[in-house]
Design a protein around this ligand. Structure first.
Ligand SMILES: C[S@@+](CC[C@H](N)C(=O)[O-])C[C@H]1O[C@@H](n2cnc3c(N)ncnc32)[C@H](O)[C@@H]1O
Length: 222
């Protein structure tokens, strides 16, 4: 199993739709910094990020649905990103890219306000006390998002984890974020939110375990 993962990671080097931290040791000279749309996607369309994308379910589904937008899936696990890269190629999606980095380093790869939207899909809940600072809605991560996202643009969080959801709402309030919409049970809500019904790999497992999926959309304080 381990070898199989390593083989996938080795293959990433041949793909054109992924950029890895290993390709770019000098972060400040990153070749698409501030020019992702023009130089990588060859257009001037808005850019959405999917953070903690794993195999990139949201990146792929949204890219198919919104051909006039660009989507970048971000994760540090190469073997999971491999699936997203292969799938994007199979589906002929030219508005998809993947970035293999630690999310805390986003500001080295995107200029101020370069990003139009962020999705955070089923991030690890990091339930042990000592690991809470690794949660993707902790203050230090919100500060990074603030650097790269346009003023007032939306960030979407989907999770099955009550502790992570409660922590996130508290962190958003502490950081003076604007909570635009909150749904306590995505699949038992009167409002129709087509994009919320895209199911990631983890989500499918959680639904099979009868877990409730929660959602919040927010923007960062100015
Ligand atoms: C529970 S999985 C969810 C994957 C996918 N969104 C899904 O729902 O199937 C969480 C993912 O977040 C990634 N991750 C967690 N913290 C990260 C960080 N700080 N930087 C980059 N990736 C991170 C992990 O590598 C993992 O693939």
């Amino acid at each position: 199993m381990r070898r199989y993962k390593l083989q996938k990671i080795a293959e990433l080097g041949n793909f054109e739709n992924i950029i890895q931290f290993t390709d770019q040791p000098e972060h400040d000279d990153f070749r698409y910094y501030g020019t992702w749309a023009e130089d990588h996607f060859k257009n001037s369309n808005p850019i959405s990020l999917e953070l903690a994308c794993g195999k990139g379910a949201y990146t792929l589904a949204l890219a198919e649905k919104y051909a006039d937008r660009n989507f970048i899936g971000v994760d540090m696990k190469g073997s999971r990103l491999w699936t997203g890269c292969v799938e994007a190629q199979k589906r002929g999606l030219t508005n998809v890219a993947f970035l293999r980095i630690e999310i805390l380093n986003l500001a080295h790869y995107f200029s101020e306000g370069e990003i139009d939207e962020i999705w955070i899909t089923f991030p690890d809940p990091f339930l042990k006390n000592g690991k809470i600072r690794k949660r993707l809605t902790a203050t230090r991560y919100l500060a990074v998002y603030k650097h790269v996202i346009k003023e007032g643009a939306s960030i979407h969080l989907k999770t099955d984890s009550n502790p992570l959801f409660d922590f996130s709402l508290k962190s958003l309030i502490e950081n003076r974020c604007v909570i635009e919409e909150k749904i306590d049970d995505v699949y038992d809500d009167e409002r129709l939110h087509e994009d919320l019904y895209i199911k990631t790999n983890y989500e499918k497992r959680h639904l099979a375990d009868n877990r409730v999926i929660k959602y919040v959309r927010f923007s960062l304080a100015i």
